[in-house]
Design a protein around this ligand. Structure first.
Ligand code: URA
Length: 242
């Protein structure tokens, strides 16, 4: 019997898909993966051809439903809102931040406070994109850490399956990780953001750009830091244009 031609790309995509499933908490290959519409091992692995915004919206809604009125970690005890994410579920570009602050907790939306205004400025003035139409924005944890402390490992771990499923639902062409916690969570290792920003990484087959968090930019408002983020976003735009 003739051996079917095996190319490296499909194997790599299959590996990425299996890693995605593992990150989602699967220990076996689901015959009917609920989120993606995959129907078993024979189905095309990630990344797939882009689907309609409606399909992505539906997939995201399923993830939101599964998250429910979450009490999986201790952040649920002090939060006002679950800040799931906002923007276009069919976007090519996803920004991932750290976690909601006081304004976000109040409004139930990500990046609406001071850092959010800076991020909007980067997206709209710096990149010439429309925040709502061209991007989707979410965080590694969906509930506010009290006093804006860093999210703790158990909180990140409890929320991670939902972040993975969000990204699986959206299937963006590019992910921007805002700051060390987001980059480290997505890449599964400690990222030295000052050294590693601006260099392309890969998240399950999706190009990932680590850059400074807008709150860091506001805190250390130097020409160098602003130029760094500008350069990083230029790389993102160039890739999106391809
Ligand atoms: N900082 C974040 O990382 N996320 C938000 O949603 C707001 C501020």
């Amino acid at each position: 019997m003739a051996t079917p031609p095996v190319t490296r790309e499909p194997l790599r995509e299959l590996k990425d898909y299996l890693k995605f499933l593992k990150d989602c908490g699967y220990t076996e290959i689901p015959v009917q993966a609920t989120l993606s519409g995959h129907s078993g091992p024979g189905a095309p692995p990630m990344p797939m051809a882009r689907k309609s915004k409606t399909a992505a919206s539906q997939r995201l809604e399923e993830v939101r439903k599964e998250l429910g009125d979450c009490t999986r970690c201790k952040l649920s005890a002090t939060r006002k809102s679950i800040v799931f994410g906002s923007g276009n579920p069919g976007a090519d570009l996803v920004f991932v931040g750290e976690g909601p602050g006081a304004d976000e907790d109040e409004q139930g939306l990500p990046f609406v406070g001071r850092a959010g205004k800076k991020l909007t400025e980067i997206i709209e003035k710096g990149m010439g994109l429309d925040r709502e139409k061209d991007t989707y924005i979410c965080n590694i944890v969906k509930c506010r850490p009290p006093g804006n402390r860093d999210p703790e490992p158990d909180e990140i771990a409890a929320c991670q399956p939902f972040l993975v499923k969000q990204l699986l639902a959206i299937r963006p062409r590019v992910i921007v990780a805002l700051g060390k916690p987001a980059a480290s969570t997505l890449l599964g290792r400690a990222v030295a953001i000052t050294k590693e920003r601006g260099a392309w990484q890969e998240y399950n087959g999706i190009p990932l750009m680590p850059t400074f968090h807008p709150a860091y930019l506001l805190r250390f408002y130097t020409v160098e830091n602003r130029r760094a983020v500008h350069d990083d976003m230029k790389k993102v735009l160039n890739l999106l244009k391809k």
